[in-house]
Design a protein around this ligand. Structure first.
Ligand code: Y39
Ligand code: FE
Ligand code: FE
Ligand code: FE
Length: 231
């Protein structure tokens, strides 16, 4: 077995089956990157002190969007955009509502903690089974996503005393949605040979480390990150 390319023997990136699954997973990624761009611009409006930094994060998301668009073009796949919009509807709705209320904590938890950790987990699991072109693109992107997670982590840590309860509320409201989102595309991630358990594990590690650094106890971290996992 070739360990650097574990799936090249069994994955046919050009097959109809692969490209059909890719039309949904790639569309989800594109919609995620598009929303991430908009979400960081919204946060820049809410946090004038950090506007410069947040606009830079937004610009990075825009580059990710273009990179993943080229991955679809490379495989001659047409992303299923309506599917992706419906996929993100609930999570995006919660972000929009929080933004309208000026609830910075919830916005930060949804975008910079939850969505970034979801991206980090999915991209890390995708890299070893991606086609050579997409692998290169995704390796560059995932480094940026750690920067984004770090930004949110740092801000929440600095304001921990006042945002602690808000984080817990936003976690309880939104983490179950993400676990349902992951379950909803299980058949497609399987076609891409992205192991679902590995995604869950990677998410737990990134999210748990972030919550711990922000100021939650080990016990709280365990409770919070498993929220809605079994449903
Ligand atoms: O910060 C970001 O760039 C995040 C928007 C991107 C999240 C993309 C969501 C990835 C989901 C992969 C789907 C299979 C589990
Ligand atoms: Fe991104
Ligand atoms: Fe990001
Ligand atoms: Fe501040």
């Amino acid at each position: 077995m070739n360990r650097t390319a574990p799936s090249s023997a069994t994955l046919d990136y050009r097959s109809d089956t692969y490209r059909d699954a890719y039309s949904r997973i790639n569309a989800i990624v594109l919609e995620g990157e598009r929303e991430a761009h908009a979400n960081y611009l919204a946060l820049a409006e809410m946090l004038p002190d950090h506007a410069e930094a947040l606009k830079k994060l937004a610009a990075m998301e825009n580059r990710h969007f273009k990179g993943f668009q080229s991955c679809a073009r490379n495989l001659e796949v047409t992303p299923d955009d309506p599917f992706a919009r419906a996929y993100f509807e609930q999570l995006d709705g919660n972000f929009q509502q929080a933004a309208a209320e000026g609830d910075i904590t919830t916005c930060m938890v949804i975008q910079a903690l939850i969505i970034e950790c979801f991206a980090i987990a999915a991209y890390n699991v995708y890299i070893p089974v991606a086609d050579a072109f997409a692998r290169k693109v995704t390796e560059g992107v995932v480094k940026d996503e750690y920067t984004h997670l770090n930004f949110g982590q740092q801000w929440l840590k600095e304001h921990f005393a006042t945002v602690r309860e808000g984080i817990e509320r936003a976690n309880a409201q939104n983490l179950p949605i993400v676990w349902r989102m992951l379950n909803a595309v299980e058949a497609d991630t399987e076609v891409l040979q992205m192991d679902k358990e590995a995604i869950v594990e990677d998410f737990m590690i990134a999210y748990g480390e972030a919550l711990g650094d922000i100021g939650f106890s080990m016990r709280e971290v365990m409770k919070m990150s498993a929220r809605g996992l079994a449903s």
